[in-house]
Every structure is written in C-alpha cells, then in structure tokens.
Write a protein that binds this ligand. Structure first.
Ligand code: SAH
Length: 213
C-alpha cells in the first residue's frame, strides 16, 4: 500500500478502543475479549479495512480481527469503525511474522490474505505472506477445520503461492486465475485493491486452501 505519513496516526491508534493495544496478552483469550463463543476470522494486511468491515457487517456471528503493520493505513480503518462501532470487529497494529505470539493454537477459524505485498526479489521470498514460512505460522494458529483464502492480481505472486501451498503439504480446495469471470464470483466481497486493479483490467486470482488434517 502506498504510504503517506498520516499525521497523528500513531497517537490515534494508541488511544483507540478499537485497537487491541497489548495484543500478546490476548493470546488464548480472544473469545473472552469478544464476550462470546463465535468463530474468529482474521485478515492479515487489511489496509484501510474495507473488506473486513463489509464481512463484519454481513456476519454478526463471526468475530473479525484485522491485522495491519502500518499506522497510516490502519488509522483509516479506525476512522470508519469509530463511526460504525461494529461489535464483532477490532484491529491490531503488528507485523504478521509474530502472529503466533498473538493467537493460540487453533484459536483462529479462518484467515484472509488480500493483495499481499509481492516482495518481487528472490531474496525476499520468505517475507511473502504466502511463503512456506508463513503457511507454517498459520497452520499453528488455525482451528482443525480452518483454512485460508488468498486473492491477488499479481500472477507471479499467485504462481509462487500455489507452489508454496503444495510444498507446505496443504490441500487446495479450489483456485481460479480470473475470479470475476469464474463460478466462484457469487458472494465475492471486493477489497479496495481488488476494485482498483480489476477496474484497470487485471484478472483477479484466488485460491482457497487448508492444512492437511
Ligand atoms: N488487503 C487490502 C490491502 C492490500 S495492500 C486490500 O486488498 O485492499 C497490503 C497491505 O498489507 C498493506 O496495507 C501492508 O501494509 C500490509 N502488510 C504487508 N505485509 C504485512 C505484514 N508482514 N504484516 C502486517 N501487515 C502487512
């Protein structure tokens, strides 16, 4: 996501009731935080939060946690949530690499990855959110019947991801190289990037997968 330094964003985040400030202390306690037994779904790299807010509105019986590392985009999601106050949604500002410090084994029911940074250089492959290294982290926090949906318009990143999913010994439930012209389009919730890139004519790739059980 292109970054502008949004003035005061760190301060806004530090006092926001919609941001979990001490996320590591929540490990194993997310159900308590939401005050119910509903499933917990997360989006990693949620940007300005349009997708996760749409989901939270549509599915009041699912709890959503949006993870974003940059204050300047997270603050936009906070602004929207401050108006809407969806009870089943909160945010964390953190680097996704540390996700296992924040969620206990099997604590997360589903993970969404949308338009993750491509990290095009080979030597940065480990930083891609769909690398084997990240898939192992997700496997450690996902519930037994949990899984992942990943969307991107970046074909090299998508091809890499399909390979990594196989290398991690995960199962691919389905995938498409052109989501908007596929059987899977019904019920698709667009992300900010998805709208932007599909308007430019880029086909959207999507894979649904889960660890072997
Ligand atoms: N999901 C949104 C934004 C996509 S841009 C959409 O589809 O519209 C990718 C976002 O992921 C950026 O906001 C970036 O800051 C965030 N991000 C990338 N790597 C991350 C990481 N390792 N940990 C947390 N957030 C990350």
């Amino acid at each position: 996501m292109r970054l502008r330094n949004v003035k005061g964003s760190r301060e806004t985040i530090a006092v926001s009731e919609f941001v979990v400030q001490d996320e590591k202390s929540m490990k194993g306690k997310w159900k308590e935080k939401f005050g119910n037994d509903n499933p917990i779904n997360i989006e990693i790299g949620m940007g300005k939060g349009r997708f996760i807010m749409d989901l939270a509105r549509l599915n009041p019986d699912i709890n959503y946690v949006g993870v974003e590392k940059f204050s300047s985009v997270l603050v936009r999601a906070i602004e929207k949530q401050t108006e809407e106050k969806l009870p089943n949604l909160c945010f964390i500002r953190m680097e996704a690499e540390n996700i296992e410090d924040v969620f206990e084994k099997e604590e997360v029911d589903y993970i969404y990855l949308n338009f993750s940074d491509p990290w095009p250089k080979d030597r940065h492959a480990k930083r891609r959110l769909t690398s084997v290294q990240f898939l192992k982290r997700y496997e450690n926090i996902l519930a037994k019947d949990g899984g992942i949906t990943f969307k991107t318009d970046n074909r090299p990143l998508f091809d890499f991801s399909l390979e990594q999913i196989k290398e991690a010994d995960w199962i691919i439930d389905n995938h498409t190289f052109d989501l908007h012209n596929s059987q899977y389009v019904e019920g698709n919730i667009m992300t900010e990037y998805e709208e932007k890139f599909s308007k430019m004519g880029n086909p959207i790739c999507r894979v649904v997968c889960h660890p072997k059980r």
